[in-house]
Design a protein around this ligand. Structure first.
Ligand SMILES: Nc1ncnc2c1ncn2[C@@H]1O[C@H](COP(=O)(O)OP(=O)(O)OP(=O)(O)O)[C@@H](O)[C@H]1O
Length: 248
């Protein structure tokens, strides 16, 4: 099967440190793929390389049959790579609905796409309201993002990413800083995402990872140490070793 995304032998160095060391990663259409590993393993760096926030020092990245290695993050977002950050990136002074409208703006062709009020409603405002409903924020549509809780901002950021109609959603520690109830809400929301959207999830909460992922890839010191189905990974000795070494 052809992969939606393939990273081939990608490398990223910071001085003498090799943060990502010849890592291969393939994500199929509709797949939920999790990236785990101890602190400093290179997970966020690999996500940045795939999203285009950071350039590779070696290797190649293909998305949907196209070489995107040299494209910047905005171009990659336009062709379908969406991103959720460790700290929710929302406009604090805009309402939840306005945040999603702005996030969907480019996908409908900007000014040309929404010249009349009716078109603004049908192409931007109504889909944005539907996305807020999908992420469980319908009651806070007119609340400014600054007044949302951290968990609600996380939900909002997911709605904003979906407004860009991604084929691949990169999620960087979405459960970080959430309460138990919020983590359960997030897990439900991610489980309900349509399969037209593939997911690459970086997450320390292994319960969330094992509940969602079809495939788990483990990084340690920038290198890929294992990749497979959750059950294989859970019991793989090299994975236990990587975590044990990291806490020493
Ligand atoms: N901009 C940077 N400049 C220098 N070193 C960096 C930079 N970004 C990351 N690193 C280093 O690269 C390595 C990998 O970092 P990265 O953030 O990708 O790890 P991680 O697996 O996401 O860790 P965590 O789970 O703690 O978020 C670390 O040693 C980190 O200090």
């Amino acid at each position: 099967m052809t992969a939606l995304l393939s990273a081939e032998a990608v490398v990223r160095r910071y001085g003498s440190l090799v943060a990502v060391d010849r890592v291969d990663l393939r994500i199929a259409d509709g797949e939920r793929h999790a990236l785990i590993g101890p602190n400093g393993a290179g997970k966020t760096t690999l996500l940045d390389l795939i999203g285009g926030a950071t350039r590779v020092d070696g290797g190649r990245i293909r998305f949907d049959g196209r070489d995107v290695t040299r494209l910047g993050p905005a171009r990659r977002a336009r062709i379908g790579i969406g991103r959720i950050h460790q700290r929710p990136a929302v406009w604090p002074s805009l309402t939840a609905l306005e945040n999603v409208v702005v996030a969907g703006w480019q996908q409908v062709g900007g000014f040309r796409g929404v010249r009349s009020r009716a078109r603004f409603r049908s192409r931007l405002a109504e889909p944005a309201a539907a996305l807020l409903e999908q992420v469980g924020l319908v009651d806070t549509a007119s609340t400014t993002a600054a007044h949302l809780s951290h968990g609600q901002r996380r939900q909002l950021e997911i709605a904003m990413a979906l407004a860009g109609r991604p084929r691949l959603l990169l999620l960087d520690e979405p459960a970080a800083g959430l309460s138990g109830v919020e983590v359960r809400r997030l897990a439900g929301l991610l489980a309900e995402l349509p399969r037209e959207v593939s997911v690459l999830l970086v997450e320390h909460r292994l319960d969330l990872v094992y509940a969602l992922a079809d495939t788990v890839t483990v990084l340690h010191d920038g290198r890929l140490v294992a990749s497979g189905e959750p059950d294989e990974i859970r019991h793989a000795p090299e994975v236990r070793r990587a975590y044990a070494e990291a806490v020493r």
